[in-house]
Design a protein around this ligand. Structure first.
Ligand code: GLV
Length: 272
């Protein structure tokens, strides 16, 4: 931490969370604004000093994350990981696979990333069902999840990490998912009960694509690595030049507002 940190008014924390967020925030005694470069703000929200505003990077990772989710569901349904293994062995393992066409894709946590995902799915001949914290026109409320889960072929998690979403994907949630369904997690690892997911994967009834895990980073030797039917990427959905370009645009726009005393954008007002 450089000298003079007590004079910092605006902190833009790095993409990968620094080790001691509460301690770091505590040393910034002049802090007015924390502008994250992530959509998720859970490392900061509980520790925000009075008088400072927290803003997230809503929109910045929409393209990258939505693109990852499409790629991940296609990869799992079309069995790309298994074909890559076979390629390494030099084996021609011809067989039919699943397909995204004609599926129902349930987006749990329908916000700006969900809308970006829906736009990208528009050409895939799927039905998209939207769920968010509160029901609105065209979007179901979380209370309808038990019924909707049973009808979905692909369930995409995009909810923020809040006390309400902690391990919301538990054994009961997974049990409601259709045989052969795919769970896609582009939210946070803590939204899923990892042990319950491993148990379900071991039965072969469900498959999963995970960009986030609990714990994260997933340690070497963790049973999730070798669970059947899981594709794991190391939290890279938003780590692309597309996000970098959008991050710079957001930071510039926000700093201009801050300096001009204009209302800030993406202000986090509640548990979001
Ligand atoms: C990335 O994980 C983000 O929260 O934007």
């Amino acid at each position: 931490m450089p000298d003079g940190v007590g004079e910092v008014e605006v902190w833009m924390p790095p993409l990968v969370t620094v080790p001691d967020v509460p301690g770091t925030l505590a040393r910034m005694s002049s802090l007015r604004l924390v502008q994250t470069v992530t959509a998720g703000v859970e490392p900061y929200r509980p520790h925000m000093p009075a008088g400072a505003t927290l803003c997230n990077a809503r929109g910045v990772h929409d393209a990258g994350t939505a693109e990852w989710a499409v790629g991940a569901m296609v990869a799992v349904l079309r069995e790309f990981p298994g074909f890559v293994d076979a390629q390494r062995r030099g084996e021609w393992t011809y067989h039919h696979t699943g397909v995204l066409a004609d599926s129902t894709v349930l987006i749990v946590g329908y916000g700006s990333i969900g809308a970006a995902l829906e736009r990208r799915l528009a050409g895939f001949e799927v039905e998209v069902v939207r769920v968010a914290r509160s029901a609105r026109d065209g979007v179901h409320g979380m209370d309808e999840l038990p019924v909707l889960l049973a009808e979905a072929d692909v369930v995409v998690l995009l909810v923020p990490a809040t006390p309400a979403t902690a391990e919301m994907v538990d054994a009961a949630f997974l049990a409601r998912m259709k045989d052969g369904a795919v769970l896609v997690n582009a939210a946070r690892g803590g939204v899923v009960d990892t042990d319950a997911l491993i148990a379900e994967l071991k039965t072969g009834r469900l498959r999963a694509a995970l960009d986030v895990t609990a714990p994260e980073p997933l340690p070497e030797g963790h049973p999730l690595w070798s669970a059947p039917g899981v594709l794991i990427t190391p939290h890279i959905a938003g780590s692309t030049p597309a996000s970098e370009r959008r991050t710079l645009r957001l930071l510039r726009a926000q700093l201009e507002r801050y300096l001009a005393g204009e209302p800030l954008i993406n202000v986090i007002t509640d548990s979001y």
